[in-house]
Design a protein. Structure first.
Length: 284
């Protein structure tokens, strides 16, 4: 069974990214429901994990778009949810990212497919959904198509690492040749990637005591990167568990035999790491 299939606890952990003073944020416009299609892989490029995801090709999707006030051109971030779908804190996460100066598109993988959750099964459609979001953003007149990143949590973080590995980049085309420029993954199942090389700057944030998606797997992934250790930045938070950025797990919660716990200090540091990473990698 893949690490992705045991992300039940991690699927619950997508929640508000907190801890930044409001003075650090810029006003953002209200979010807008938008519709777009999942990317259709080019003929001859369908392979694992896209194999078996035939229904994902060109599937209609929806998402929520939040943009900074102003005309742009803005960098943008594709936000990828967990196996339980969009989090209750979707608006606060998107508002925070937009407040940093990025157009935020929270992809809803499930609504148009009639799916409630995918915690007990793999979800290969996540890759084509993310590239569909990239293509949608690249067409917007206020988005800079050369400065788009992917950020995911748990199952969405698995997709973010697949994007970073560029194993499927050749399978998708976006307007003007747009590509993801960077990726960030909150407590991803690094073992799923094996020793694949990362092709774009990647930030991995995980708890030292995470027994759902162990930090040791991510350490091995970092060690497997040949010749360019700067390609992946791994931050391991001491004593932190899976879902360390979710205030709902204050005091610790056991879900399906897994211990999930909010760690305010780790959450605040992770927010700062993400903010600084995006600022550096999506700079003009």
């Amino acid at each position: 069974m893949s690490a992705l299939r045991i992300l039940v606890g991690g699927c619950l952990a997508l929640a508000a990214l907190s801890g930044l003073a409001s003075s650090e944020l810029s006003p953002a416009s209200a979010d807008e429901l938008v519709k777009f299609d999942a990317a259709a892989p080019r003929l001859g490029h369908v392979e694992t994990p896209l194999a078996g995801a035939e229904s994902a090709r060109g599937a209609p999707l929806r998402g929520y778009l939040t943009k900074p006030n102003g005309r742009g051109l803005f960098p943008a971030v594709v936000l990828l949810h967990s196996c339980l779908g969009l989090p209750a804190a979707r608006r606060s996460i998107a508002d925070m990212v937009a407040g940093w100066g990025y157009v935020a598109l929270f992809v809803d993988d499930f609504a148009t497919r009639g799916i409630k959750e995918t915690c007990a099964v793999d979800f290969p459609e996540g890759v084509s959904d993310a590239f569909g979001a990239l293509a949608f953003l690249a067409r917007l007149p206020f988005v800079d198509p050369e400065r788009i990143a992917a950020v995911g949590w748990s199952q969405g973080a698995d997709t973010a690492l697949e994007i970073a590995s560029s194993r499927f980049a050749a399978a998708f085309e976006a307007p003007g040749g747009a590509r993801f420029k960077a990726a960030a993954a909150f407590y991803p199942p690094c073992a799923n990637l094996g020793g694949a090389g990362l092709k774009i700057p990647t930030l991995v944030l995980v708890g030292e005591q995470d027994d759902v998606t162990p930090a040791a797997d991510c350490e091995r992934l970092g060690q497997a990167q040949p010749g360019d250790a700067s390609r992946m930045k791994l931050v391991v938070y001491p004593r932190a568990r899976h879902g360390f950025d979710n205030p709902e797990f204050a005091g610790g919660v056991r879900v399906s035999g897994m211990w999930l716990a909010y760690d305010r200090g780790a959450a605040e540091r992770a927010n700062s790491e993400l903010r600084d990473f995006l600022a550096a990698k999506l700079a003009r």
